[in-house]
Design a protein around this ligand. Structure first.
Ligand code: ADP
Ligand code: MG
Ligand code: MG
Length: 973
């Protein structure tokens, strides 16, 4: 139809002009403050347009603005207005402002959604008029009228929140059709079959989305699909495209009858009634189950609301000179700088993403329609120059003309994120600091993820276990049990089993199951199918569109070829990097980065991904202020930590050493001793063993700071708890088994975290602390004498009262003095404490006078502040976080900044008040959580310490913090 109207919505001139301006802007903005969101600095022209459009209104009335127009080379909004227009609306406006061919329309703002929910699902006054006024503008631009039987304007009603929520909310296409206007569509298109196809799709979408006929469970079938299947069956055809105009016209009537029958309402023929129904349904979809689950999983606040865009329709299903597609300006899996996408000729938008037909790669469009392909390639470059990022686009070709329907910053894998960021610096599109912000710290996890062990994979191939090949939609290797349904996958994962979720195709209902699975395998759908998109976002291994699989949900099995049947629970392995699917399990091997850094089995120059990683990390280290240490107890862990870039040990838990070779025996002797002398005798056996351990640690760390914590857990943890073990121990020691059992019972605590542990042990049994201090200092002296620097920090755990620390510190210092004299070596050392119970934080002014450093033990500090034992919190903490949103995130994963964070602030302030040079760090697991790292930066800690494998994440998060990236939430598009 667009092809028929002589006045095209976009004239050529403004397009060329804006391109030039865009270029000038781009150069300027590249020099601007890099940490700023790219899109914010760009659309000055669009802003000017917005101003112009807003001015006359402002003088007319004071009512707030609810509706923003776009299209025809201009727009009221721009990409910086995501909060108001949603990601989709804002970027449609931006593209229109750039002069790209965007079908004209308008966006109803998220403020209307907020109003809608705040006022019992009612709209603000003035909205109706504003919508009608904007519809009239579109009518004027296109020379067609909404509801006009002769030449009807048709629209789509599209949802779009601030953050992209792929497929979570609903869109209605072809709106405005009824029995009269369909005649106008036939006349305009000269294609009756097309017109009735559009009509029956509309009735179906309207029925599903607006009238709520969409199936809610996995067993239910869509009533319209059933009718369609029956129709095809009665006509003896298999494809929708084989149905005739007459068939489709009958379908329209049958669909309407189904609506009448199931809902007791008539399908509305009035286009305005259709429009308001659809707008209401899009706002309503913000609160549907899928959207709510998705928001929870992605930490999207409920009060953001969605915008609604109403846009004139273009048709990709008008024949073989029409089509539709989705593309990424670079490969979203590898990050390679190639145009990447898929399209289908003679199809409507939904067909590509829904995985109904398997689409063609975008490169095939070069043969199919070279002119359109060239135009698209040009747009690809323009969008990348303009947004200075990898973009994800939707386009439609209507009778040989190209239209842009959506663009947004493209989701990508961790590897792609790094590659694109580093490449774009080389291409001078962005600065290194900006490149850092393009990679989410947690995405680095994906680079450290294992792949299949090469020999094992070869063996699987030899054993003919390579079953099929699909699309390599999400990199990494996964192996686990087959589950066909999301709930089963969730349940199995809950039991601790590794799961591969296998579906014909996934839909938003499956996201929980996808989150629980190690990997996702689908039989249908392309690289941009729901499964592929969501998997990449979650960082899951995914193989999509593996059409060799025939899945039978009802039987709980899948067939590959003629004779192989795999059942639910059978082992399966998928390689998301190559797309291969294997029967049985295949052991995995470490990633490229791990092989270069940790295993040293690969040299850096053979490892392209490692090189990108190293470049990014070098930039991160230049920006960050926080130091990054690792929690490591043994020399080999220290080596790993150093390889990942740790600058010290933030926590060495000495008790882990007691479980090592030859040490548990004397440890148990010490515990079972009744007399101080017996205890000393046992400790004397432990001393040389611990000293050797510490020497190893100091040697590995070569002069970097090492914080060693004195013994912390309650002593019963070192004794056998089963009758057999107790009997064996009794025999070994030549004492009655009752003695052992009684002692275990006496020491046992129901809630070990508040009992006889931490510094309390060393205070009641000072000889333990003395032995440990001696082991540390003798090790220091030995290491120094051998020519290696060493600088220990002795850390006293669980201090709540300054006197506890004073008592322990005295022992440590006396021992240090003694060792220096005995060994004839002087060395530096520090004595400090963990702040992990609230009293310690609150009295930090007193404690700070004695301690030379604080390390926040946020695992225990969270338990003691929240009054929650981590070990039995699961039962209520999951609903607390997921459903009730009492805590936004699990407080044991991401620091509870409001509560625990407040205690940290107090301790920092009071501690530094007492001792301005007080060294401050964190050694709880939060030290590797990006949001918590940012918090540590803000409150002024000197370092964070986390497990060795999270050190790269902490380094990047610390750089983000220094670059002032938004603390939390922010834009996710
Ligand atoms: P989603 O957020 O689920 O991607 P969209 O609003 O983007 O939903 O729309 C769904 C599909 O319909 C997309 O493929 C889109 O390109 C297509 N579409 C939306 N509006 C129009 C339109 N006005 N003309 C043609 N196709 C459209
Ligand atoms: Mg879309
Ligand atoms: Mg602790």
């Amino acid at each position: 139809m667009k092809a028929k109207t002589s006045k095209s919505p976009q004239s050529k001139k403004p397009q060329a002009q804006t391109r030039q301006k865009a270029k000038a802007r781009q150069v300027k903005s590249a020099n601007k403050h890099v940490a700023k969101k790219a899109t914010k600095s760009l659309p000055r022209k669009a802003k000017r347009v917005a101003k112009k459009a807003a001015e006359p209104r402002a003088t007319l009335s004071k009512t707030p603005r609810y509706v923003y127009a776009f299209g025809g080379g201009r727009a009221d909004g721009n990409a910086g207005m995501k909060n108001l227009l949603g990601g989709k609306g804002a970027n449609l406006a931006e593209m229109a402002g750039l002069g790209l061919p965007v079908p004209p329309g308008f966006t109803i703002s998220t403020e209307v959604c907020t109003h809608f929910y705040a006022h019992g699902r009612r709209y603000p006054t003035g909205l109706r008029e504003a919508v009608e006024r904007h519809l009239a503008i579109v009518e004027q631009r296109l020379g067609r009228r909404f509801g006009d039987p002769a030449s009807p304007l048709l629209v789509s009603v599209r949802s779009g929140a601030r953050a992209s929520m792929p497929g979570m909310m609903d869109t209605v296409l072809n709106l405005g059709l009824n029995d009269k206007t369909v005649q106008g569509l036939i006349a305009a298109s000269g294609n009756e079959r097309f017109a009735y196809d559009a009509y029956r799709r509309f009735v179906q979408m309207y029925g599903d989305v607006v009238l709520d006929l969409k199936p809610q469970s996995k067993t239910e079938k869509d009533p319209f699909e059933e009718i369609l299947e029956r129709k095809k069956h009665s006509r003896g055809v298999t494809l929708d495209t084989e149905l005739s105009a007459q068939d489709l016209r009958e379908l329209v009537a049958e669909f309407k009858a189904a609506i009448r029958e199931r809902k007791g309402v008539e399908f509305p023929e009035d286009p305005y009634q259709q429009l308001w129904g659809a707008i209401g349904a899009v706002f309503g979809s913000w609160m549907n189950e899928r959207a709510i689950v998705y928001r929870k999983l992605n930490n999207i606040p409920e009060d953001w609301g969605t915008a609604v865009s109403v846009q004139s329709m273009v048709f990709g299903n008008m024949g073989l000179d029409s089509g539709t597609g989705v593309a990424f300006t670079r490969d979203p899996a590898s990050g390679e700088n190639v145009f990447y996408g898929e399209f289908l000729m003679n199809a409507q938008g939904e067909d590509v993403v829904a995985g109904i037909r398997t689409p063609l790669p975008i490169s095939a469009l070069a043969q199919e329609n070279p002119r359109i392909y060239q135009e698209l390639v040009k747009i690809r470059h323009n969008l990348e120059r303009h947004y200075r990022d990898m973009m994800d686009i939707e386009f439609t070709i209507e009778r040989d003309r190209l239209y842009m329907l959506q663009c947004r910053v493209g989701k990508r894998t961790g590897a792609a994120a790094i590659r694109i960021a580093v490449d774009m610096v080389q291409e001078r599109l962005i600065k290194p600091a900006e490149a850092l912000l393009r990679v989410e710290p947690d995405q680095l996890n994906q680079l450290l993820r294992p792949t299949f062990l090469a020999v094992e994979k070869e063996r699987a191939v030899r054993e003919h276990r390579l079953l099929a090949r699909g699309l390599n939609a999400g990199p990494g290797a996964a192996t686990g049990k087959i589950m066909f349904h999301a709930d089963d996958a969730e349940a199995a994962a809950h039991r601790g089993e590794a799961v591969i979720l296998v579906r014909v195709e996934t839909s938003p209902e499956d996201i929980r199951g996808m989150a629980a699975a190690e990997g996702i395998l689908t039989a249908r759908g392309g690289m941009t199918s729901h499964a592929a998109l969501v998997a990449r976002q979650m960082g899951k291994v995914c193989v999509a569109g593996c059409d060799a699989l025939v899945i039978d949900y009802a039987a709980g099995e899948m067939r590959v070829g003629t004779d192989l049947v795999l059942k639910q629970g059978d082992a399966l392995s998928i390689d998301g990097t190559t797309g291969e699917v294997f029967q049985g399990s295949i052991p995995t091997e470490p990633s490229e980065v791990v092989r270069v850094l940790i295993n040293r089995t690969l040299s850096a120059d053979q490892a392209p991904l490692y090189q990108l990683y190293a470049q990014l990390m070098a930039w991160a280290d230049r920006e960050r202020h926080l130091r990054v240490r690792a929690n490591a107890d043994l020399p080999d862990q220290c080596a790993n930590a150093l390889a990942f870039g740790a600058e010290g040990v933030g926590l060495c838990r000495t008790e882990h050493m007691f479980f090592g070779e030859g040490k548990i025996g004397p440890m148990r002797e010490m515990i079972l001793a009744n007399e101080v002398n017996d205890r000393r005798a046992a400790l004397a056996k432990l001393l040389p063993l611990q000293r050797t351990d510490f020497e190893g640690l100091f040697r590995e760390m070569a002069g970097r700071p090492v914080t060693i914590r004195t013994i912390d857990p309650p002593l019963h943890e070192f004794l056998p708890h089963d009758a057999e073990g107790q009997a064996a121990l009794a025999q070994e020691m030549g004492i009655p088994v009752e003695t052992v059992r009684d002692r275990v019972e006496a020491l046992h605590e129901f809630n070990p975290m508040l009992g006889f542990r931490g510094c309390r042990l060393g205070i009641i049994y000072p000889e333990i602390t003395e032995m440990q201090a001696r082991a540390i200092f003798e090790a220091v002296a030995n290491v120094i004498q051998s020519g290696v620097a060493a600088e220990p920090e002795v850390m006293i755990p669980l201090v709540g009262h300054v006197k506890e620390l004073e008592l322990q510190t005295r022992i440590v210092r006396q021992t240090a003095d003694a060792v220096m004299v005995e060994k004839g070596v002087r060395f530096k050392y520090a004595v400090g404490t963990m702040i992990e119970i609230p009293r310690g934080a609150l009295t930090a002014d007193e404690i700070g006078r004695v301690a030379e450093f604080f390390s926040f033990g946020t695992n225990d500090l969270t338990q003691t502040t929240l009054g929650m034992s981590r070990d039995d919190a699961g039962r209520f903490l999951i609903p607390y976080v997921r459903e009730l949103e009492i805590y936004q995130t699990d407080p044991f994963e991401s620091l509870d900044q409001r509560g625990v964070g407040e205690l940290i602030r107090i301790a920092v302030e009071r501690g530094r008040g007492a001792r301005p040079k007080l060294k401050l760090g964190i050694c709880g697991e939060h030290g590797g959580d990006p949001e918590s790292v940012k918090f540590c930066h803000r409150v002024g800690l000197n370092y964070v310490s986390c497990s060795p494998f999270r050190v790269p994440i902490a380094r990047l998060a610390a750089a983000h913090a220094a670059l002032g990236a938004a603390a939390s939430g922010g834009e996710k598009a």
